[in-house]
Design a protein around this ligand. Structure first.
Ligand code: 9MR
Ligand code: 9MR
Length: 624
């Protein structure tokens, strides 16, 4: 008994530090694990206030069996001052090696720390990432088999075909009573679950279509090894549009042709288990039409109409169908301006209860503004849409998210400013000013941050899906660059890509299949159930989220450290289509702009050595 008591006291004593002090990630050099353009800013961050001031950059030998420790020191510098993080109890110092330009493969070495993961300096360093992030959507395709030439070892049979979907009681009307069977086939699964939600498809499609409209030259040539649309020869439609088309065709089926309204989602009543898609045969439903879904749909189909018009020979009629669908949806939303999708309320009235993702939203002025903007640009019909643009343009300067899409309207209005009615000049100027004020604020605050990224300038960046905030801040800054050509915006945008690739407090590269240390257990049903060790590649996980709504046990719980690579940890480790899209935009934009921006010159490629992945514990190398 006494022994137990003594042991108990001892144990408490041992545990105490854990209670009084938040647990911190191990000492580390956190660096973007993919690489840097030769003439771009380059940083690594140490997450402890190291005593010694110096850091070194060493070359990594291209050995095929291991990362050779035969090294040359090519650069050294002084660490920056100690910075205490506003987002955790970590203190950091920054190693700025922007002065190293020579293409190669390197590590950062700092006395007292394990060497950093290796990275590349060269042109085109984000090209494989961009095509893999786009390819991530192919892996989310629902109704078709993923076949070996495209899907590699992640080939699988078709999932939910959704050719016979039931109209749920919440969506029933005279023309389509409850139980009516319709087709809602195709489209992407939303995330780690197997449902298809119009609201989230809206922001996702808008972002991908923006990427294409902003950088058509680059995306015309970006290949992701995905099959062409049925009936179209490979190579006629750029891959990014081919992929978007797969989801667009599904979206078109989600509109009720009788009245133009759009069903909120196509879903199971409850989430499937962690099985491969198509294994379960539970009924699928379309649920209540809603204003958010219908307006997001209107915006996407309007934007798609003007983009696909260029490909009318290969896809006859598509652009017209999209434009017609967009106008019809707009008209429905005029008639039903406030139809909220309130899942809890619906579940009190209708059976079966629907418990999958809600994507509930209660304010629709931002959706109205986005839809009106896209419709105005595409149709030129000022009398129908200008009033709405004028009514709401002031509400808009805020990062895009699934619930808040006003900025999507701003991006498009700015892009097409020269083709808009002349009397909108004042509106456009105000929007542009708003964009630049916020972008300047991002740039200004960067200097004081502990990890030197725009991500985390505000603690509220760390929420469910926070990695999409990093991506969207990047997209926002790219748009500021498009308006001004001021390099400070691009440099700031770059820091958020670095964040996603490892320059962060977790030390993870957050994209599956990329970098030396990346998620192996995303909350993604195919990755869990396919029996293949490596997760489906090219997918961005949600990222650190102190909310921990999944109630898993997290080793670290502060804003910038609360991340768990566990397949139950859906609050930090799920993947989602609306998180990958800003990654495609940001990485693609930087690839498109690297030469214009003076970050690289053509041909400055790094040596193509692909050594075995390094062990997690690295031998410290000798400092020459
Ligand atoms: O898999 C679901 C994921 O897509 C959602 O983001 C998450 C929150 O709605 O829910 C996940 O499903 C879990 C469900 O909520 C509770 N039971 C376990 C399910 C799988 O982990
Ligand atoms: O991305 C969504 C996040 O903003 C919400 O906080 C969260 C809880 O409502 O839901 C997230 O969306 C999930 C959706 O409901 C179901 N599919 C998976 C999505 C990503 O986790």
């Amino acid at each position: 008994m006494r022994i137990l008591l003594v042991l108990g006291i001892l144990a408490l004593g041992l545990l105490q530090p854990c209670f009084s002090q938040p647990m911190m990630p191990a000492a580390a050099i956190d660096v973007n694990q993919l690489g840097f353009y030769p003439d771009a800013p380059k940083y690594a961050v140490i997450n402890r206030p190291a005593a010694k001031d110096v850091f070194f950059i060493v070359t990594v030998g291209p050995s095929t069996t291991s990362w050779s420790e035969h090294v040359d020191t090519v650069f050294f510098g002084r660490l920056g001052p100690v910075l205490s993080s506003a987002n955790s109890s970590l203190s950091t110092r920054i190693a700025d090696f922007s002065g190293l330009h020579r293409p190669g493969i390197y590590r950062v070495v700092i006395p007292g720390f394990q060497n950093s993961y290796p990275f590349v300096i060269g042109s085109g360093v984000f090209s494989p990432l961009t095509s893999a992030a786009l390819k991530g959507y192919y892996y989310q395709r629902s109704a078709m088999a993923l076949t070996a030439p495209y899907a590699d070892k992640w080939a699988r049979p078709a999932g939910h075909s959704d050719v016979q979907v039931l109209v749920h009681a919440s969506a029933a009307d005279a023309a389509r009573p409850e139980g009516t069977v319709i087709s809602a086939t195709g489209g992407w699964y939303d995330a780690g679950d197997y449902n298809k939600y119009i609201v989230n498809s809206g922001i996702t499609m808008g972002t991908l279509l923006d990427a294409y409209e902003d950088f058509p030259g680059y995306f015309d040539t970006l290949h992701a090894n995905i099959p062409p649309p049925a009936g179209v020869t490979q190579g006629v439609i750029p891959d990014i549009l081919d992929e978007a088309l797969y989801n667009l065709r599904w979206m078109l089926l989600m509109q009720d042709p009788a009245d133009g309204g759009v069903y909120h989602k196509c879903t199971n009543a409850a989430f499937d288990g962690m099985v491969m898609p198509g294994v379960t045969k539970a009924p699928r439903y379309v649920v209540q039409k809603g204003t958010a879904a219908t307006l997001d749909f209107a915006a996407v189909t309007a934007q798609a109409a003007r983009i696909f018009r260029r490909f009318g020979a290969a896809l006859p009629g598509l652009a017209d169908s999209c434009e017609h669908a967009a106008v019809h949806a707009w008209q429905w939303a005029q008639k039903y301006p406030d139809s909220v999708y309130d899942q809890d309320a619906l579940n009190k009235r209708y059976k079966p209860a629907i418990t999958t993702g809600a994507y509930g939203d209660r304010s629709f002025n931002d959706e109205r503004y986005w839809a009106a903007s896209e419709l105005l640009i595409t149709t030129g019909d000022a009398s129908s849409y200008v009033a709405t643009v004028r009514a709401y343009y002031g509400i808009s300067i805020s990062l895009p998210s699934w619930a808040y899409v006003a900025m999507m309207g701003d991006f498009s209005l700015l892009r097409h400013a020269s083709a808009l009615p002349a009397d909108l000049r004042g509106v456009i100027d105000t929007v542009k000013q708003g964009l630049l004020i916020k972008a300047n604020d991002y740039v200004k605050k960067l200097a004081g941050t502990a990890f030197h990224t725009v991500m985390g300038e505000s603690k509220s960046d760390f929420v469910w899906g926070g990695n999409s905030i990093a991506g969207n801040e990047g997209m926002f800054l790219i748009n500021a660059w498009l308006q001004t050509r001021d390099p400070a915006y691009l440099d700031a945008a770059l820091t958020n890509l670095y964040y996603l690739l490892g320059q962060n407090a977790t030390g993870y590269c957050f994209v599956t299949g990329f970098g030396s240390h990346s998620p192996m257990h995303p909350h993604h049903r195919p990755s869990v159930a396919d029996g293949i060790a490596a997760p489906v590649p090219g997918l961005l996980v949600g990222g650190t989220n102190p909310g921990r709504q999944d109630r898993q046990t997290y080793a670290y719980t502060e804003a910038e450290t609360a991340y768990l690579d566990n397949d139950q940890a859906y609050a930090s480790n799920e993947i989602a289509i609306n998180w990958n899209a800003p990654l495609v935009y940001l990485a693609g934009a930087l690839e498109a702009l690297q030469y214009t921006a003076g970050y690289a010159q053509p041909g400055q490629t790094a040596p193509a050595a692909q050594p075995a992945p390094p062990a997690r514990r690295l031998r410290p190398c000798r400092i020459p």
